[in-house]
Design a protein around this ligand. Sequence first.
Ligand code: F6R
Length: 266
Amino acid sequence: MEIIITKSYEEMSQLAAQMISRQLLKKPSSVLGLATGSTPVGTYKQLVRLHKEEGLDFSKVTTFNLDEYLDLAPSHDQSYRYFMDQNLFNHINVDARRVHVPYGHAENVEQFCEWYEAEMRRAGGIDLQILGIGGDGHIAFNEPGSSLGSRTRLKTLTKQTIEDNARFFKHEDEVPRFAITMGVGTIMEAKEIILLANGAKKADIIAEAIEGPITAQVSASVLQMHPHVTVLLDAEAGSKLKRADYYRWVFEEKKRLIPRMIGKMT
Ligand code: F6R
């Protein structure tokens, strides 16, 4: 795990966008795994800027989103499909036929989830997965107790997630109770993962997920087992890490001594 504590949300977002951009330059037909929520908004802004100002090309890219609320129409302004259109897809040259967001109105959810998994396999698997982290340690909507081997399926959201997400709805009662989500096992199959977190509210859970034991009670902790994860934090989200000084030192040393190793980030 490479842990990079940046100075600000802007710097974190810039680094994430640079890493995604490097991936697309290396492999224009990359398969990207995408997250919603407030955390990646800055990263998507940077990607839109890179597309508009520097011609970053998404024409051959395939995308798979992590999750979607059950029973929210794609046109609902709180659906994840709507979020992705507004924040990214409407502003880049991605081919709509290669964009995948779980369909919250699927009639047969189980069949839909099997199809979603099969589509990911057919696309060759996810090359680079972007993740945020919930206050309870969830990645996608894999709430505490989710099997570390779980696949795409229907999940009931925890009260904490419903409360956390109520800020986007007029009233807490409107927050859907269920979501279709990639599983922890699905996410772990991505070839490379970037976990993003910002703000003081994420500091405790980031410390647990990165420096605590691997447990199904904190889904993100399983990322410790993945061979290629970069955790990009702002200073607040990294403030409770016991080894913060060490992570900063590693990053600085790498920058100073082996520029070609971190070329992907500078
Ligand atoms: C969203 C997702 C969630 C969020 C997490 C953090 O697609 O999968 O796991 O990443 O709930 O949300 P924010 O970024 O709003 O704090």
